[in-house]
Every structure is written in C-alpha cells, then in structure tokens.
Design a protein around this ligand. Structure first.
Ligand code: SF4
Length: 303
C-alpha cells in the first residue's frame, strides 16, 4: 500500500473485499491505472474479461469496453465507473448502417472494429482490434469486406490487404483525427534522430510517416525495445505520460499539443471508488443481442 494515496488505498481494500478484477485501459488517468489489476489495450482487456474468475469485473474504460466484457463473461457482474464515458467513434455507426451496407454489397463480410456497440457487433460477422485487424482481414473467408466504423483503420488495413476489396464506413476517432501531418513533420524536424510510432486510428497522411504503425500495446512495446533514444508518439496523451515515467532515459515526445480522449478521463479515482463501493454501474444487455454479439467477439478473442 506504500506510495498510494488514501483514495487509492480504499479502492485496493474494496477490490480485495469484493473479489473484484479491475481492468484499466491505457488512456484512463495514470492514478487509476496504478490501482488496476491489469492495464490493457482493447484486445487484452477482452481476453482477460473472458477468462476472469472473479465475481465482479470493473472496466475502467468507455462503454463499449464494458459491453464487450459483459458479452464475453455474461454470468459475471460487469461494472463501469462512469456511465457517461462513451466512445464517439462507436456511436457513429448503427446496426441500420451495417444492414444498409450489407444490402449494397451482397457477398461482402462485415468486420467491425471492437470500438462499436454490442448492437453493431451483433449484426457483424467478425470483430477485430487494431492489433488483430490485419490478420483477421487476411484470414476472413471472402473477397470483399465491409469495415465499420473507423475509416482510418479501415483504409490502413485495405492498403495492406490489396487482394481484397474494402467498403469503408466513414466513422473516425475524434481524438486521433486531431493529429495533423504538419505537426508530425514539425516534431520530426525538431528531433531529427527520433523514430515515430503511430496508431492506425490517425489519418493516412499521418500514418504514412510511421516507423511503427500499431495498437497501443504495440506502440509501448516498440518504445521499450527500440534502440532509438528519442521517440515521437502519435496516440493519446496518457501513453506519452506513461512512457515518460517508465523510460526516463529516453526522449518521449507527443505530436503538437497533447491530445486526450475526454471520455477516458471521466474514469477518475473518485468514480472508481464509488463504483466499487456501490457496485454501480452494472452493464446489462438484451439476451438476444448478447448472444449474437458473442459470435463475432469470440472469433476475435480465439483467432
Ligand atoms: S480515443 Fe477515440 S476511439 Fe478511443 S475511446 Fe476515445 S474517442 Fe473512442
């Protein structure tokens, strides 16, 4: 308990008392990450939720992450600390959009990014994360793929899997969409020896400059292993803060002014404390939606 503040100590006590597993996404505040049992990207979070044996799973992240945990562990109590922490990108696509795209492109299979609602997952063929999207697209048994909702991740995957035809929905992550090519070029000019690690949710004009294009976990791994002494990070600001703390001997730089996902920042220590204390907010999903969404998520987790 050394090094923790009073609220953090109370959270750790409640966690043990209630046999709760706390999973935190890398974008929530570092002080919340510090009291979690595991800090994960979306893929590891889904895997850990699927294998959890605890009575309660607390997802420190946005709504679709809580839904995914519930889909994969339907018998468990899944809690979200902040009810209004949604993902604007996930909200950009509806099941009706998916059905319309299916009508327009019969024969194509629907691949949905994990950043989507349970209702969208329920009408998709397979789900993917940024770390598994390329592999799943290559292995999917079809010649055409409808990719929802992220047009940036979709066009990155399409560029790497030219043997298939892609139909992209036009959603995007407002946080990563904010990264501008001019800021990347300015950062590269300011740090000529630096390498650039970027998330594929950024636009094509930004991603093309990446020495590494990868998921959050892949960016962290790259920063730890690269021999470069300076690394420019093209993803959410908490990753820059985490790497600065973890790798003080390296120069870690963000792109332009630090960009943050406001929704992830709603998961505060106070919210996590109240979540554990009052066992709120429970994620509930209609039975039919849960079953249908599980098919596409299971394929992702087990592929
Ligand atoms: S960073 Fe983007 S994709 Fe991730 S939760 Fe925030 S808005 Fe959604």
């Amino acid at each position: 308990m050394e090094g923790f503040n009073e609220l953090q100590r109370e959270i750790l006590r409640l966690k043990a008392e209630k046999n709760a597993l706390v999973l935190a996404h890398y974008y929530v505040p570092l002080e919340v990450q510090d009291v979690a049992d595991a800090v994960c990207d979306s893929f590891a979070m889904a895997q850990k939720a699927a294998r959890a044996e605890n009575d309660i799973i607390v997802i420190c992240g946005v709504r679709f992450m809580g839904e995914s945990a519930k889909i994969l562990s339907p018998g468990k109590t899944v809690l979200l600390p902040s009810l209004d922490a949604g993902c604007p990108m996930a909200d950009m696509v509806t099941p009706e959009d998916v059905m319309r795209l299916r009508d327009e492109h019969p024969g194509a299979k629907v691949m949905c990014y994990v950043n989507s609602s349970a209702a969208v997952k329920a009408v998709s063929d397979v789900c993917c994360t940024s770390s598994s999207a390329l592999r799943i697209a290559r292995e999917l048994d079809c010649e055409e793929i409808i990719f929802v909702p992220d047009k940036h991740l979709g066009s990155f995957v399409a560029s790497k899997v030219p043997e298939k035809k892609f139909w992209l929905h036009d959603g995007f992550c407002p946080t990563h969409h904010r990264v501008r090519e001019a800021d990347v070029l300015a950062a590269l000019r300011a740090h000529p020896g630096a390498v650039f690690a970027v998330h594929p949710e950024c636009g094509e004009d930004v991603v093309k400059h990446g020495d590494l294009v990868g998921s959050t976990a892949e960016i962290l791994d790259f920063a730890r292993k690269t021999e470069a002494r300076e690394i420019i990070i093209g993803t959410e600001g908490e990753i820059v803060a985490r790497l600065r703390r973890e790798l003080p001997e390296k120069g870690i730089y963000g792109v332009g002014s630090a960009f943050m996902c406001v929704n992830m920042k709603k998961v505060t220590l106070q919210a996590l404390y109240e979540c554990l204390r009052d066992e709120k907010y429970k994620v509930e999903l209609p039975e039919e939606e849960l079953r249908a969404a599980r098919r596409s998520l299971d394929k992702m987790v087990n592929s």
